[in-house]
Design a protein around this ligand. Structure first.
Ligand SMILES: Cc1ncc(COP(=O)(O)O)c(C=O)c1O
Length: 386
């Protein structure tokens, strides 16, 4: 039976939900990466308490913020950080944008592994830096870093490697050997690694002998000691709208330059975001485990359904609640348009640098996911339409 915490969801239509208000009419949205579930009751309680306080003035990182994150990272990954290195930020995307400006100069190069979450493709150019794409390799069973291609991509202008770890959209968990190889390369060329680890609390098999998350900056390596890590409770506890994330920045000079690099464009984090983040990191582990349990079941459903649709394939994600579906064998020229025509609002692979793919968000009630999979079948087997 489905866990009741994940069965009964509020109606989000008309609430300004980016996901639900995108398409008029009967299109089931399975695109943007938030969940349809109410957040953890422990987070809600903390929010209620903060609201009852009644004062919402300018707020800097509260004293409990960095220690809560540090405690969470140590319990989850055995990674001990210095709480003094933590900066509260309004989002991980904001953190990437600031890092591009702070750690690279105009026309310097930033490496991203593709396909990838769209801001990794668009932010370098918007900051006046250059994007260099290094395609991930796939053997049909997994996605891997092509270290020769990575080495070949480095130039005298390269400053940063942006790691999406675990990786959106493929759901890949990079292992220690890959991370060490990246660190070695970074060390040889004086590069800084910026590691977006927003998905690191949603590994789907780490409690069952499957891949575990190794924070890049936790490696015993000089390149890891100067890496910047970006994390947030937003994906796991479904609080992205509260705009609270954290940058773990090892150098004092970088921490001092951080705000100036944002050019006055980024506001401070809001007090409700801090309250929710602290509660999630301090008290959210039981709920997180229940969520992962559900997502594992949803992954199985998606992988089985995709395997039954001619021309489609999906390498099971090791992390995230996203399924990256390869539709290139279907003969359908525009898979996103086909999905939308069948009433399914997927994410278009083109935005991730990969035409022919769609991304499906499986963080919704099981019944809704089954309806989404029904529509996916309909999109790619039109002759079977009723
Ligand atoms: C890899 C990755 N980084 C960052 C974000 C967004 O982070 P934020 O909302 O904190 O800016 C997402 C959202 O899907 C993501 O998948």
């Amino acid at each position: 039976m489905t866990d009741p915490a994940f069965a009964d969801c509020p109606d989000r239509r008309g609430t300004g939900s980016e996901k639900w208000d995108r398409w008029p009419g009967d299109i089931l949205p399975v695109w943007v990466a938030d969940m349809d579930f109410r957040t953890d009751p422990a987070v809600l309680e903390a929010l209620h308490r903060r609201v009852d306080h009644g004062v919402f003035g300018y707020t800097a990182d509260p004293p409990g913020f960095a220690p809560s994150l540090a405690g969470h990272l140590e319990r989850r990954f055995g990674w001990v950080i210095d709480p003094g290195h933590v900066i509260g930020i309004t989002g991980v995307v904001s953190g990437l944008a600031v890092a591009a400006r702070l750690l690279a100069a105009a026309d310097d190069e930033i490496i991203s592994f593709t396909p990838v979450y769209p801001p990794f493709l668009t932010l370098p150019g918007r900051a006046g830096r250059r994007l260099v794409r290094v395609p991930l390799a796939s053997d049909g069973h997994g996605w891997t870093i092509d270290h020769d291609a990575l080495a070949a991509a480095v130039s005298l202008r390269t400053r940063l490697v942006w790691l999406c770890h675990p990786h959106n959209p493929t759901g890949t968990v990079f292992g220690a050997a890959d991370l060490v190889a990246i660190a070695d390369l970074a060390e040889r060329h004086g590069l800084t690694v910026v590691s977006d680890e927003i998905w690191s609390d949603l590994l789907l098999d780490d409690d069952a002998g499957g891949p575990v998350h190794v924070p890049f900056a936790s490696l015993d390596h000089p390149a890891a000691r100067r890496a910047v890590t970006l994390v947030a409770p937003s994906k796991t506890w479904n609080i992205a709208g509260l705009c609270c994330a954290a940058a773990i920045v090892p150098h004092a000079a970088w921490r001092h330059g951080w705000r100036a690099a944002s050019g006055g464009l980024l506001p401070m984090v809001n007090p409700l975001g801090y309250a929710a983040a602290e509660a999630a990191w301090n008290h959210g582990e039981p709920w997180r485990r229940r969520l992962v349990h559900l997502l594992r079941d949803h992954r199985r459903r998606v992988v089985e359904a995709v395997a039954g649709i001619p021309g489609l394939s999906c390498i099971p994600p090791q992390a995230t609640y996203l399924a990256w579906i390869d539709c290139r064998g279907s003969g359908v020229a525009d898979p996103q348009a086909a999905c939308e025509a069948a009433g399914l609002g997927t994410s278009d692979g083109r935005e991730f640098g990969a035409p022919g793919f769609v991304r499906l968000n499986m963080a919704c009630p099981t019944e809704r996911l089954e309806e989404a999979l029904h529509r996916l079948r309909r999109a790619f087997t039109p002759e079977k339409q009723a």
